[in-house]
Design a binder for this molecule. Structure first.
Ligand SMILES: [Zn+2]
Length: 266
């Protein structure tokens, strides 16, 4: 028996060209970071207790990768749904935002807990947020070759209906063709996830999703990411803080008698 050379045995590498990249770091305006920790502080001041809360990181349509602000939705602390961030909740909050503002992730606090990392519950929430924001953040990131087994070539006006039953895909061209490379657009999207604590610590992840338009290929992935702070020119004023205090009073609802399942949340 004759062995094929190694190059023949090796699966040919699929052609791919990169069109754009997704963020590798979490870029955040200092204002937004300051606001997040201010919410933590206000929660402690208003409720005399360290409560967990969640919010959304916001950007603009023109610069979706930069977190410019933190949006605080009404938190349902006394409901089990608090642990499971639902797309309905996100949609409801998105409705309240100006047209050019987009949600690019979510942020939550572990308060005074010494659990300085994302929990299993958080993992589920990442995917809910990613699913929701993916549509507004998606962009073509690559063109990737699609291998079609049993690709059948047919020439326009020169085949009968029965010819279409063969193969997995039929490529009908106006001139005879024997070789074709098919490349599909891969769309990519991302969402940020940030968890903070009363002591000033924070952890970040970026979650990614990609899908191929033709193959239907989808993949999700995540990585821990550094935070890059930038000056956006905006500062947290006394008026901002006073308004934020009102928001904290209106939207964060302390639960004095939590059911067991919310006690377990992180
Ligand atoms: Zn958590």
């Amino acid at each position: 028996m004759r062995f094929k050379s190694l190059s023949e045995l090796k699966r040919p590498e699929l052609r791919e060209i990169s069109l754009a990249s997704l963020p590798q770091n979490v870029t955040m305006a200092r204002y937004a970071r300051e606001k997040a920790f201010k919410i933590n502080e206000l929660v402690r001041t208003v409720y005399d207790d360290s409560l967990e809360w969640y919010g959304f990181t916001l950007g603009s349509k023109g610069n979706p990768e930069l977190i410019t602000d933190i949006g605080l939705p009404r938190n349902d602390l006394n409901l089990q749904t608090y642990t499971t961030l639902s797309s309905e909740k996100i949609a409801e909050f998105k409705e309240s935002l100006p047209d050019d503002v987009i949600i690019n992730g979510w942020i939550h606090s572990h308060g005074a807990l010494m659990y300085k990392q994302f929990s299993h519950t958080d993992e589920k929430n990442h995917l809910v947020v990613l699913d929701f924001v993916a549509a507004s953040l998606r962009r073509p990131v690559a063109k990737r070759e699609v291998v079609i087994k049993d690709l059948i070539f047919l020439v326009k006006d020169q085949f009968v209906e029965e010819d279409l039953t063969a193969g997995s895909v039929c490529l009908i061209t106006d001139a005879p063709v024997t070789v074709a490379t098919i490349m599909e657009t891969i769309y990519g999207s991302f969402c940020y996830a940030i968890v903070i604590g009363d002591e000033g610590w924070h952890e970040q992840q970026i979650h990614y999703k990609e899908n191929g338009v033709l193959s239907g290929h989808t993949a999700v992935s995540a990585k821990a990411a550094d935070i890059l702070l930038v000056d956006s020119g905006r500062v947290l004023t006394r008026l901002d803080i006073s308004e934020l205090r009102d928001e904290v009073e209106g939207k964060i609802q302390p639960n004095t008698n939590p059911p067991v399942e919310t006690m377990e949340r992180m």
